[in-house]
Write a protein that binds this ligand. Structure first.
Ligand code: URA
Length: 231
């Protein structure tokens, strides 16, 4: 639900002040009734018109950002640049980060103002695969694939992680696929195996792959297909 004046400014080029003026002038209707209150809440199924023309519903925004190291995945931070501060978007206060990365982790960060889409992606029940390039301090051992498939027991947790799979790149580098997003999950998984993560880079979430054209710090809107791939 959005206030009428905000709904109009989201869906058109009008500012909120312009929207309020239009409402005062009696040219805005909600479901064929002239609207008078800019604070009236509008739901998705209502039809808002200005001078008889329906304005399109405020469309949701979806982006992928190539997160550099040193940038935090929270919306406000007094000490470090935030992922959102790298973006030149209107109403950036409405953007949310869908699935955080640690300050030193690089790669695919998804950003949206669609709370439901964010929830579908990040809810513990979503079971959405994430793939990380993991560089390890110690060489991997032949037991790793089975230990990961059995579900690693993280310190301080009551339940094992969901099964994870790995693809070997070389003896210190793997591509790891996990379905969950627990706090510091990958670092804690390898700590539990007696190893240490040297660097971590996420390159895939569900069906969305980090665009190789994006340099660290750059971002682009998601395509309709990418958005729809998160069901
Ligand atoms: N797991 C981690 O430990 N860190 C991240 O940033 C993402 C997954």
């Amino acid at each position: 639900m959005l206030r009428l004046d905000k709904y109009i400014s989201n869906a058109t080029d009008l500012s909120r002040t312009d929207a309020k003026r239009m409402i005062k002038n009696g040219v805005v209707c909600i479901d064929n009734e002239v609207a008078s209150n800019p604070a009236q809440k509008i739901s998705d199924d209502q039809d808002v018109t200005i001078e008889g023309s329906t304005i399109s519903k405020a469309s949701k925004r979806y982006f992928m950002l190539h997160k550099p190291a040193g940038v935090v995945s929270v919306t406000k931070d007094n000490h470090n640049p935030t992922a959102i501060s790298l973006m030149y978007e209107h109403r950036s206060d409405e953007l949310q980060i869908a699935g955080r990365l640690d300050i030193d982790t690089t790669g695919l960060l998804l950003i949206t103002d669609d709370g439901q889409w964010n929830h579908r992606l990040t809810s513990p029940r979503a079971d959405c695969a994430k793939i990380y390039q993991v560089e390890l301090a110690e060489a991997i051992t032949s037991e790793y694939p089975q230990l990961l498939a059995d579900g690693v027991m993280l310190e301080g947790e009551k339940h094992r992680c969901m099964p994870a799979t790995m693809e070997i790149v070389d003896d210190h580098n793997i591509n790891l696929t996990i379905a969950e997003g627990k706090y510091h999950q990958v670092k804690r998984m390898f700590a539990a195996l007696g190893n240490h993560v040297v660097s971590l880079h996420r390159f895939k979430v569900g069906g969305i792959v980090l665009d190789p054209e994006l340099q660290p710090g750059e971002y682009r809107p998601l395509t309709a297909l990418e958005v729809a791939s998160i069901l």
